[in-house]
Design a protein around this ligand. Sequence first.
Ligand code: MIG
Length: 657
Amino acid sequence: MSLENIKKYEFGKPLNTGAVVVDIPKTEGIPTGFTYDEGSKELTTSLNKKDVVYGLGETIRGVNKRGWLYISNNADEPHHEETKHGLYASQNFLMLDDGNRCFGIFVDNPGIVQFDIAYTDADKFTIRFEDNDTYFYVIDGKTPYEIVSSFRELIGRSYIPPLWAFGFGQSRWGYKTADDVREVARRYKELGIPLDMIYMDIDYMQDFKDFTINPERFPDFEAFVKEMKDEGIRLVPIIDAGVKIEEGYDVYEEGVKEGYFCKKEDGTNLVAAVWPGKVHFPDFLNSAARKWFGDKYKLLTDAGIEGFWNDMNEPAIFYTEDHLKEVFAEIKDYENKELDIWGFFAFKNLIGSIDNNPEDYRRFYHDFDGVKVRHDKVHNLYGFYMTRSAGEAFERNNPDKRILMFSRSSYTGMHRYGGVWTGDNTSWWSHLLLNIKQMPSLSMTGFLYSGADVGGFGGNTTEDLVMRWTEFGIFTPLFRNHCALGGREQELYQFGKPEDFKNIVELRYSLVPYIYSEFMKAVLNNGMYMAPLSFEYRDDERCREIEDQLLVGDSIMVAPVYEQNKTGRYVYLPEKMKLIRFRSYNDFDEEILEAGDHYVKAELNEVLVFVRPGKALPLTKPAKCVDDLSWDDLSYITFDADPESYDMYKDDGISRL
Ligand code: MIG
């Protein structure tokens, strides 16, 4: 492996985070083109007027990151708004591209890092470290594709899910019983809408305890898993980071006995609270604890479970016992006071300081295989190492098959063990657009198996939003409709036009051979699954500003409709393309459109796909689940291409590679 185009620099005394898999010799000094200020711990470079800044994986705002302050500080952040500085992830890869010269950087620092991208100074890009113990990589290359591919070689091959995980999944926080789940399966079946997965949220657990199943609500779980699988449906349970403190609960007792939980300075286990009430946090950075926790998933895989989602692993903290005591002590001062306006705000802040408090992340420590580190110094690794714990266990305990795994929190390196979903978005049209913009950034950083909660997690959705979102979701590798407890029900059978939903989901199933092939090629060649147009059309200035059209694999471009009450949209074509307006997999019209601007009609039930010249798009017949799809009986939509020219990737979809 030659990665001579990558230079590695070292600041301070960095820890090995596990993000990188290739050993690059160290270059002394400060990276060319950057200045470093020791006092403020700032690394700065200037931006050309034309620079587009790509990267950062899952976060807020646009594909071009220029013009905002981004902060890598993984958080349980349910408000995915422009005012925020980040979400659940730290994927510190960026790429500067002015059209002529481009280069990438990767900041391997597990603590809080600020990326001031033309925010303070419109012509500057500054990286500000809370702690400057950092490996810093500079990646040269001639094109964005080359840089992404070198970066990905540096961090190792992306996670490969089982083929069935490319089916559609229905989820909701609040399916309380086996009968609730059966009902979901029944309604989908009744309407003939394909479905591969039903997700199980925290409701399935006994008192929110990991690796337990409520026996009243899910009697004979193993039989139930089998019953569903016979219907073609996999159950995918959630696992949370916090372990309930409860005498007699084996996970708690073993963890205490073996010293596997995160400890405070005085050596006692940190007491925090999340869904189960008081919890301890497993010290996933410790390899013995990681192995121990990972082996617990076996309880569920032995019952026939083949996939999981890891949640609350930033880790989310509702409160810590220590801080709550502080709050109660202070609150008494306010009790008999007349609150003036400043007093009111101080009081409000005190109450608001209870959850996800930065101070709380400084109260506990990890045993990072012999090195004691305070949590905040390695905060962004926690979700990564939880998922690594599961991933390593699956390799040990389920060597014959791939297990579905995705996580809420992430750091570079976790992409080798699982995918991500983008967390608690809202049923807003702007969040459909955000989902569109997040996808190429996730591809760059190697988080190929990813997607958002289709329809929106928080708030009350509408039929048209679910439909438009589903029309985009069919192209994302992880394709799941999920909704919060209390929100309007948004399973596809809840609305007036189930036929339309059926057609859209069936189109996804028809596209699975294409989607899986393009996904796998992106995994194996360190490529992009979803790419911005500017990566491909290097000489087209317009493409540098287009963020609402994406290349999906090698053959097609998509242009989703993401605004309400629209029956079409403007689309820019960098070259002549063949427009396919799908109403279903076998009902569509075709039209050749010249390069340039077009207003393209798309009724609520219509999906726009553009086939590139010289390319072919394979389609199979839909089926009720992925396992039933035929890979032999394919039809092709081509644009000046021979169907044979399509480079199909095929494997058994389940063996590990
Ligand atoms: O505090 O398990 O992002 O998908 O439904 C909320 C309940 C905890 C957050 C996840 C969401 C999930 C929810 N969880």
